[in-house]
Design a protein around this ligand. Sequence first.
Ligand code: GLU
Length: 446
Amino acid sequence: MIDEKLEPVLAQVLRRNPGEAEFHQAVTEVLESLGPVVAKRPDYLDHALIERICEPERQVIFRVPWVDDRGDVQINRGFRVQFNSALGPYKGGLRFHPSVNIGIIKFLGFEQIFKNALTGLPIGGGKGGSDFDPKGRSDGEIMRFCQSYMTELHRHLGEYTDVPAGDIGVGGREIGYLFGQYKRLTNRYEAGVLTGKGLAYGGSRARTEATGYGAVYFVERMLGTRGTGFAGKRAVVSGSGNVAIYTIEKIEELGGKVIACSDSNGYIVDESGIDLDLVKEIKEVRRERISQYAARQSSARFVETGSIWDVPCDVAMPSATQNELTGKDARTLIANGVIAVGEGANMPSTPEAVRFFLEAGVLFGPGKAANAGGVATSALEMQQNASRDSWTFEQTERRLAEIMHGIHDTCAATAEEYGRPGDYVLGANVAGFVRVAEAMTALGVI
Ligand code: GLU
């Protein structure tokens, strides 16, 4: 339910951004949380503050021409949405996936504003990407695409302006090509303009692991409020990309057992516990499909139909993509006795699924809080670049753990303050919003 004072704000967003379903969904969820805030602080309704938060500061859409290995010219569409810079330079990843459109980039950019605010670090919110499909493309094609993409994007970036990183389809390899082209075009070794860089040229230790590790720290802290932890728990982690891999690694380190993971073709179940080295080899080295896991591990089976959430577990960590966990899946998980759900991906649970989890008293960590470890460590990478320093793995991971515990505690305390103890959705939306709103108020109408 949305507060009547916020109804016109939402109506305007829906009218002004027709057809952008994911963006509508993300804005609706945040505005639904803000009722108790504007009741307490009606001044947040002044100066069109909330309307301004819902309108990106700048949106860039551009053509990305490139030549494939056959010599044919290919055209993709590039995006960068610079959503909010009240707290710092725009910060957020780039997604290369055929599903990408402006509505998806706006939903991700909008979420990023509040996520980044929750880290407590000086970063604004943005997101970008392309409808380019990296699947099956050679290394040379990936490089030429990245170079063409950066040829347009570089004029909009800068360590004090906008600092992209990776997301789906953009990892260490792509960031390297993007950074190389930025350096060439600008004639500047501006390390802080991109994060997720390799260790050979200004990257941060623990950045690769950060989103997954951070999500597990968040869930461990949630479980702690019920006097328990990962030890001895059965977990299901959807996806098998960067977030999923390091989520599995940390759960196994904490004594939990991950029994299933997936990709867009299906999921694998391995009751003896996922062999992570095998997953890493398949996904990171060979860049193959997860079905290969079952082909090479006799204790595992590959399931092509149905949902990974049919696999009974204590902890579920959706770490693939938006709206991958439906209301029906949530009902199944609840019936199977799930205790905690931590979102490693951005908005992986549908609004109906979130509602079911909250109603059932399941510990539910929303993405903008639970998966903030990646971007938080990006901000730590920016700190290291700015001071021309490089921290140890242990030091960086310790900062990450502190930040994740801080985010958890802030969300929990905020939910409590607004009369909804245990509601991390409300806690995250409100705590993130308040930090942005305070800065925007101080900066005047801009
Ligand atoms: N794409 C990641 C996210 O969704 C990381 C962004 C970053 O490090 O800037 O938060």
